[in-house]
Ligand binder design. Sequence first.
Ligand SMILES: [Cu+2]
Length: 197
Amino acid sequence: MAMARFAHLALLAVALALLPGIALAGEPFVPSWIKNDPAAKTVAIEIVADWNQVERYRRDNIRTDIIDFNGYWGGNLTIVVPAEWSVEIEFINGSSSFRHSLMVTRVYAQSEMPVKLTAEDAIWGVYTDPPEGIKINERRQLNFVAQQAGNYFLACARQTHLMDGHWIGFEVRDSIKQAVAIIDETNFPQEQPPGRP
Ligand SMILES: [Cu+2]
């Protein structure tokens, strides 16, 4: 009897893990590239596009078509910031080959992603100019207030990069004391090199 109940619970756990949208998220942490200043209600975030490109090309049998932000892509990391805080993003194109950009957008299901994001898609008008991307080794600063709680994307507006997975989650949340990052482990293949610590 007890064994049967245990088996049912185990099955339930497996079913939950397989359900899309129910992510088994990791513990919130503050990576080296997020600097909180609670007294000033400000967070500074440094985001490097194609941070892991070199490492991927160096390894054998690793997908090289992943384009990342700080080593994360396709929503397998979400940055969570307190509502009403000022957000200062330093965006660096670390790619050795491609232009990239950064834009705050609404949440898109994979099936409804536009082929290409335009300036009109930017929430609060927050995007690096031009949307087609800055050149390699260029940088831009984005300064804005996280004015409304909710779920958003930080996405690249270049060509088809959003559809290709060049986005991470961005959440504005009430009642948290500092900005954190959360990795979605179920969405991060073990064979991939880890993201930026
Ligand atoms: Cu991109």
